[in-house]
Design a protein around this ligand. Structure first.
Ligand code: NAD
Length: 474
């Protein structure tokens, strides 16, 4: 990409290397200043994608890249939605494409065009039969796929996290602005029922001024998933946990609380500090498995990331956020989802769901009334059907339906490219802070000032709500 920002980055990188050769201590300070300049380097938005409404698409033709565990579920879910055609399917492995064709058949949908091989995704992005590229692939493919899709006149919907590096975050932002194509990160947790309830309650001022929020991805994936030969293809997710010491999966926890705090839409993430523990289990597990099965030998004595990563973020307006990430100790699943304000608080995990406006939490019947009164229109409109279709209790389907309904009605998406970048940049920035003994690291303003006037996420269904759901017996 030939933008001024990227020239600026390479010039700075050159000058910082030169500085570090002869003056170690001074240079270290200088390098940190330069790094911070790199991360905050602003330039101007070429176009504001926040609130951007693309031209309506009566039928949304979807190409799905990545047909593993998540992708095959997406084929089924999207098949329920009217106004959708799944026109293209792609995976590195052809048998996965065939299995996805079987799902289409089961759902009463026509066969899709097939793409496979390591680079088949490029052809799919370049094809004429797709409006939206939907991609549940391993993490390193999200940004390249989204960039190629947008450059070839397609909207992009990519799984979480959107990017692994800061430079990738900026590439997504610049490309979405230049092409005026949506780049949505598929953060399904923003559409879970308690999260939507508390988003609307925050908007109505029920918690007063929000002061602090917490989120997490705490899910013991180690034995049954990371080290399971039949789970993530080519063991990609175990490999991600090697040599990457930080929060690798921040967006499930951060997305919903960022929406409550109006991040990029009235406030912004300013800086963070991050700390990781040592690894106390993954290498032991690798050794244990390798002693019985040579397949696991390559994973022994690798630099596994610490079990628990904790990040603290301060926002421009002085709010704080705590994020945690742990996929390798035996704890119950938790995304925490805690909101703490001047008038009340909410917390989802550990269960039960709790809301309080004082010293004690409200009773179950009051919580039920709050659900009835404050669940936003999308829940009332599609929540019950979503529970029946499924996908993490329904939130996956609410997300898919809303994405399609917005594209069909020419509405702005709830999650834009700035959200994708700001929520995903915690991956590289937490790693950087950990590597520097938890030093403070600036979070870039991907909106380049537009956060001050950007409107909060629209919780109405105004202008939309027209997309029907098919009655299919699965
Ligand atoms: N939002 C959620 O709740 C949620 C849940 C699970 C997974 N995910 C995300 O979904 C993504 C996929 O995860 P998964 O669990 O399905 O993993 P998976 O390993 O089951 O599937 C990944 C698929 O991508 C395919 N792939 C790999 N390289 C490819 C290439 N070059 N071209 C085309 N296809 C290629 C693989 O063959 C595989 O079928 C990940 O980014 C993960 O973080 C999100």
């Amino acid at each position: 990409m030939k933008s001024n920002r990227r020239k600026f980055l390479s010039n700075l990188a050159l000058s910082s290397t030169a500085l570090s050769i002869s003056l170690p201590t001074f240079a270290r300070v200088k390098n940190e200043e330069l790094d911070s300049a790199i991360e905050n380097q602003s330039g101007k938005q070429s176009f504001n994608m926040c609130g951007y409404a693309a031209p309506k698409l009566e039928t949304v033709r979807i190409g799905i890249i990545g047909l593993g565990m998540r992708g095959s579920d997406a084929v089924e879910r999207l098949s329920f939605i009217d106004g959708v055609e799944i026109t293209a399917l792609c995976d590195k492995y052809s048998d996965r494409v065939s299995k996805a064709q079987n799902i289409l058949e089961k759902m009463g949908r026509p066969k899709a065009k097939e793409y496979f091989g390591e680079e088949g995704w490029k052809e799919l992005c370049e094809s004429n039969e797709v409006d939206l590229v939907y991609s549940p692939t391993p993490w390193q493919m999200h940004t390249p796929i989204a960039l190629h899709a947008m450059k070839n006149d397609k909207h992009a919907a990519i799984e979480v996290p959107a990017s692994k590096t800061l430079d990738e975050c900026w590439q997504l932002v610049e490309t979405s602005e230049q092409t005026k194509k949506h780049c949505m990160m598929l953060e399904n947790c923003c559409y879970d029922f308690f999260e939507l309830l508390t988003l609307n309650m925050s908007r109505q001022g029920m918690f007063g001024e929000l002061v602090h929020a917490e989120g997490a991805y705490i899910h013991d994936l180690s034995k049954d998933w990371l080290f399971n030969k039949k789970a993530y293809v080519d063991m990609w997710r175990l490999k991600e946990n090697i040599g990457n010491n930080g929060n690798l999966y921040p967006t499930h926890g951060l997305g919903p609380i960022a929406q409550c705090l109006n991040i990029n839409r009235g406030d912004k993430l300013d800086h963070l500090v991050s700390m990781s523990t040592h690894d106390f289990s993954l290498n032991n597990m690798a050794k244990d498995l390798a002693s019985k099965d040579n397949f696991f030998s390559e994973f022994v004595d690798q630099p596994f990331r610490g079990n628990m990563s904790t990040t603290l973020i301060r926002t421009q307006k002085g709010k704080s956020i705590m994020l945690q990430h742990d996929v390798s100790t035996p704890r119950p699943y938790s995304r925490i989802h805690l909101l703490s304000g001047t008038k009340g608080m909410a917390q989802k995990w550990p269960g039960p769901e709790r809301i309080s406006f004082g010293h004690s939490t409200v009773k179950q019947d009051e919580l039920k009334s709050l659900y009835e009164k404050y669940s936003p229109p999308i829940v009332k409109h599609i929540g019950q059907i979503a529970k029946e279709v499924g996908g993490h209790g329904g939130m996956d389907f609410i997300m898919d339906w809303r994405l399609i309904d917005c594209l069909r009605n020419g509405l702005p998406l709830d999650q834009d490219v700035y959200d994708a970048a700001a929520w995903s940049c915690i991956v590289p920035l937490s790693k950087k802070s950990v590597a520097r003994q938890s030093k403070s690291v600036a979070v870039p303003d991907f909106t380049r000032g537009a956060w001050i006037n950007n409107k909060p996420v629209d919780l109405t269904l105004n202008g939309g709500g027209t997309t029907q759901v098919r009655k299919i017996k699965v």
